[in-house]
Design a protein around this ligand. Structure first.
Ligand code: SF4
Ligand code: SF4
Ligand code: FES
Length: 573
């Protein structure tokens, strides 16, 4: 039901049941918020969104108060502005003054609010509480001195990721956000998804930076500097640098990476095509042998850690096929090392990815051989952008270049795998082609593409009826469990931690709004519709790898390097 309210002496339409903030925003009136997150129940904790409502003694929080028919509201009265200013001044009173050195400089909500509210002097002097810098996690750095206790990270971790790794610790002035028992982050249930980093308004949470290490290696002449980048990195880079994403965008990125100083530039997409091929072989074998055990895809490293910690009963069903990053990494340290006639330790192997958990994945025990990591360092898209800027690359004026053989190309299926449900679709498409020698009609997979956080379908291919489920974000696991408890059996289950898939990865640009995430998915589907090579088995890189290179190299010909194992993990070890 629509009714009229008065805002700043003008009448606007409001809807019964909505909050004051929602009515204001719909009518183009902006007011600042801090603790609020779209689609979350408001807590009213920060009071940044206060407005004056005639007849109410206290200012009310617009994000949590429902709008009422009689309301006369002032959104920018002197009293309201003073209140908002005081909140920001109090936050700044014990905030470190190191904006110039902060990772979120020019991209910080506290800095923006301070600017918008015209705060030009430090009126309130608080005691700067020295909080420790926690760098113990392989993926995330916590700078607690920059935390403004908005609670967004706590809520995302609890309500979206369901890992419950963060909470408010202690009371009063000593309150801070920390892991269970206030231990360092590496002793926590954190699965390194980084979704808390994406919502943190300040520099209190960010990825562990590896740029300096990469720079050091770029200056060395005794190692071969190699970089692989996953298919979505190009989209993220284009977004951040204002470039147009099209079919040649990968070639532009290849050239940029060579200008920075990498000797070899490889496409992680080749590794994704291997991953799809191996998963299809696993599915095919399962169907042929009538094996009832489900296959849980393990390409999302945050999901794998979640399963190891919270669902150990699923570990035997996790596919042993490595993730695309690790498959590409192991090929670099075996096949490529061989071709270059260097030892694996003489290659410095970097991976650029939209995922923060891959920083952790690269350090897993199963991802190194004879003490040498397959991937030495992982950079997020944001870090890669910083590296590009640091090296002063003029991206508007650059010749396109091919990636390096033998990991130079990918199919469009490899790009599709970056979207929730995409890897399952890619495997089924390849299985369909192997059985019928024809491309599958994409309509077959419609149910896997949209339909909420838990999607299921029965896909008929040849004589088989394949039951598949897609869990899009970890809150979807509850529905999966309920479906299994009700007697449903699945042949293949895909779980992705970040809602939407890697298009929502925490290593992508900070301003990841829902529209941007949707746009990334659109670009992926668009590329999948138009690119000529739609399946791994049609990609020259994969044909060359499986039909020639693997056979020629006895160290890798049995393909064991593409496989790993998973183990139960004690969260608080
Ligand atoms: S990285 Fe993910 S699991 Fe870890 S604290 Fe943040 S939201 Fe929670
Ligand atoms: S770490 Fe960031 S998101 Fe979490 S409470 Fe502090 S400021 Fe808010
Ligand atoms: S944004 Fe409304 S109380 Fe924080």
């Amino acid at each position: 039901m629509l009714f009229t309210i008065q805002v700043n002496n003008k009448k606007i339409k409001a809807e019964k049941g909505e909050t004051i903030l929602s009515a204001l925003n719909r009518n183009g009136i902006k007011i600042p918020t801090l603790c609020r997150m779209k689609d979350f129940t408001p807590t009213g904790a920060c009071r940044m969104c206060v407005v004056e409502v005639e007849g109410r003694e206290r200012l009310v929080t617009a994000c949590s108060q429902p709008v009422e028919e009689w309301m006369k509201i002032k959104t920018h009265s002197p009293r309201v502005i003073t209140a908002r200013k005081t909140i920001v001044e109090l936050l700044l009173s014990n905030h470190p003054d190191d904006c110039l050195y902060c990772v979120r400089n020019l991209n910080c909500e506290l800095q923006r609010l301070s600017e918008e509210l015209s705060i030009r002097e430090r009126r309130i002097r608080g005691r700067k509480v020295k909080q420790r810098l926690d760098q113990s996690s392989p993926a995330i750095t916590r700078e607690l001195s920059k935390c403004i206790l908005c609670g967004r990270c706590v809520r995302v971790c609890e309500e979206v990721i369901t890992a419950n790794s963060l909470d408010f610790i202690k009371k009063g002035k000593a309150t801070h956000v920390g892991a269970a028992m206030d231990k360092d982050f590496n002793f926590s249930s954190c699965i390194h998804c980084g979704q808390c980093v994406l919502v943190c308004p300040t520099g209190a949470l960010h990825e562990k930076h590896n740029i300096t290490e990469v720079q050091d290696y770029l200056n060395r002449h005794d190692v071969v500097k190699v970089i692989q980048y996953s298919p979505l990195v190009t989209i993220g880079i284009a977004e951040e640098l204002g470039l147009r994403y099209n079919k040649d965008a990968d070639k532009v990125l290849n050239a940029i990476l060579r200008r920075i100083g990498f000797d070899k530039v490889f496409a992680t997409g080749t590794g994704t095509d291997v991953c799809i091929t191996e998963l299809t072989a696993q599915l095919s074998e399962k169907i042929e042998n009538g094996n009832p055990a489900p296959i849980y895809i393990s390409a999302c490293p945050a999901w794998v850690k979640y399963a190891e910690q919270f669902s150990p009963a699923l570990i035997p069903f996790l596919s042993p096929v490595k993730s695309p990053q690790q498959i590409t990494g192991v090929l670099v340290k075996t096949l490529v090392a061989d071709q270059l006639k260097v030892k694996p330790e003489e290659i410095f192997s970097v991976s650029a990815t939209p995922c923060m958990a891959m920083k952790f994945e690269a350090r897993r025990d199963g991802m190194m051989r004879k003490g040498i990591s397959d991937v030495d360092t992982v950079l997020t898209v944001r870090e890669l952008v910083r590296l590009i800027r640091l090296y002063g690359i003029d991206t508007s004026n650059i010749e396109q270049e091919q990636a390096d053989e033998p990991l130079a190309g990918r199919s469009s299926s490899a790009l599709l795998a970056e979207i929730s449900g995409g890897l399952t679709e890619a495997v089924l498409r390849l299985y369909h082609f192997q059985k019928t020698r024809k491309d599958a009609d994409k309509q077959m997979f419609k149910k896997l593409r949209t339909g909420g956080q838990f999607r299921e379908a029965v896909i008929k291919i040849d004589k088989a009826e394949i039951n598949v489920a897609v869990v899009d974000g970890l809150t979807g696991l509850e529905k999966l469990k309920a479906a299994i408890a009700a007697g449903r059996n699945y042949d293949m289950v895909e779980v992705m931690t970040c809602q939407g898939g890697c298009v929502h990865g925490a290593g992508l640009p900070f301003s990841s709004t829902k529209d941007e995430i949707r746009n990334r998915s659109k670009l992926v589907y668009g590329a999948d519709d138009t690119e000529a090579i739609n399946l791994p088995c049609k990609s020259p890189a994969i044909i060359n790898l499986y039909e020639k290179l693997l056979k020629e190299n006895s160290e890798i010909s049995d393909r064991k390097i593409f496989y790993t194992h998973f183990e139960k993990r004690n969260v608080l070890l």
